[in-house]
Design a protein around this ligand. Structure first.
Ligand code: 0O2
Length: 267
């Protein structure tokens, strides 16, 4: 097939990956801005390379004109979670969306692959709008924990190195490592609530500090400089104590001061 034709085929998939990555990153952002724990930790996306498509076509005996029907992972998005439990929340988020329709699920977490691979896969239908009109295409979403992702990344590089024929002694070690990853995920789950609490308070503090700094920046433009410097010193003192309640109280007081200046500028 001509290179130009490949570009035409792959272009809507590139758009789909860009849009999906943006949408999932926005979900993380929404959670964090609301001071809540995000079940998605990290988002990656890629369009399968032409050489990887050719490899898979060869492996699965797929014709050029069947590529889009038969290859369901030309567009791929990977959602990385901190804990196994988060995967169910992510699934719920996707199930509720109107712009993604689940076609197929592959649960390699309940039943890991013979290689030791663990991950939850969804094949979704997703619609993009291009200059040629609307196109409904398929995309693969892989959902897995940080630990599962570590294993899959290492194993994938070994598959590449050994061209799919990993020696037995390495396979044995990989299977053992996969079991260890499972144990690690279970151990991490047992302290999930504690870790989530810690991360939530960290996020809340970061949000409050960012609001305070934003208001102070605005005050610099309209208020008396000496007054703002006094407010700033007060902020540093409270910040050093590390007391969250005082920081939130200070934020509210600062809002009232800023509101006063806004009222003055209107009258
Ligand atoms: P690449 O290079 O990552 O793109 P099927 O649905 O069974 O007809 P398919 O499409 O192979 O066939 O589905 P499957 O098994 O769900 O695999 C889809 C993708 O999951 C793979 O894409 C890999 O990215 C990943 N994957 C599956 N099995 C393994 C594994 O044992 N180890 C690792 N590291 N990744 C795996 P590709 O196209 O095979 O590869």
């Amino acid at each position: 097939m001509e290179i130009q034709l490949w570009r035409e085929i792959l272009s809507p998939y590139e758009l789909a990956v860009d849009e999906l990555v943006l949408k999932f990153r926005h979900i993380i952002d929404e959670y964090r801005k609301a001071g809540r724990y995000s079940p998605i930790e990290q988002v990656d996306g890629r369009v399968k390379t032409i050489s990887s498509i050719l490899d898979k076509m060869q492996r699965k005996k797929i014709n050029v004109n069947e590529i889009e029907d038969e290859l369901e992972d030309i567009a791929g998005v990977r959602l990385i979670c901190q804990f196994v439990e988060d995967i169910d929340y992510v699934l719920e988020i996707i199930e509720k969306r109107s712009d993604m329709e689940i076609k197929r699920r592959k649960d390699y977490i309940s039943h890991s692959k013979d290689s030791g691979y663990r991950s939850y896969h969804l094949i979704i239908y997703y619609e993009v709008n291009t200059i040629y009109g609307r196109k409904r295409l398929k995309a693969e979403i892989q959902i897995r924990t940080l630990a599962m992702n570590f294993w899959a990344t290492v194993e994938h590089s070994l598959q590449y190195k050994y061209k799919g024929n990993i020696p037995d002694h390495v396979t044995t070690k990989l299977l053992r490592a996969s079991d260890a990853i499972d144990v690690l995920d279970q151990e991490m789950s047992s302290v999930r609530d504690e870790i989530m609490d810690a991360q939530n308070s960290f996020q809340k503090k970061a949000n409050t500090v960012s609001e305070i700094l934003h208001t102070m920046q605005n005050l610099y433009k309209v208020a008396n400089k000496h007054e703002v410097i006094k407010i700033q010193d007060e902020f540093y003192k409270i910040y050093e104590t590390g007391d969250m309640e005082s920081l939130e109280h200070f934020n509210k007081q600062l809002d009232i001061i800023a509101e006063g200046y806004r009222a003055q500028s209107i009258s």
